[in-house]
Design a protein around this ligand. Structure first.
Ligand SMILES: [Zn+2]
Length: 84
């Protein structure tokens, strides 16, 4: 049984390893490349890491947008007085 790479091993939502293999109940996955021995995952390692980095960047950007949104809201509340 090969161990596939999974950036979120605690999430049970992942049904498919990044290499495209469908994960069964007995499939192993790890976020630690040292434990990954799926040849497909290892072959695509650079690609998978790059995709993951893009994903992370998108999440961080989204959180930044959210923070900016809340800041704008706060400013609007402060400026809008106490109507309501
Ligand atoms: Zn794999």
């Amino acid at each position: 049984m090969a161990t596939h790479f999974d950036p979120y091993p605690d999430s049970y939502e992942a049904e498919q390893a990044p290499c495209g293999t469908w994960l069964g109940e007995r499939s192993e996955s790890s976020s630690n490349w040292a434990h990954v021995d799926c040849r497909l995952c290892l072959k695509r390692k650079t690609e998978i890491i790059a995709a993951h980095a893009v994903n992370e960047a998108a999440i961080i950007e989204q959180m930044g947008d959210m923070a900016a949104y809340f800041r704008r809201n706060e400013a609007a509340c402060a400026a809008g007085g106490q109507d309501e």
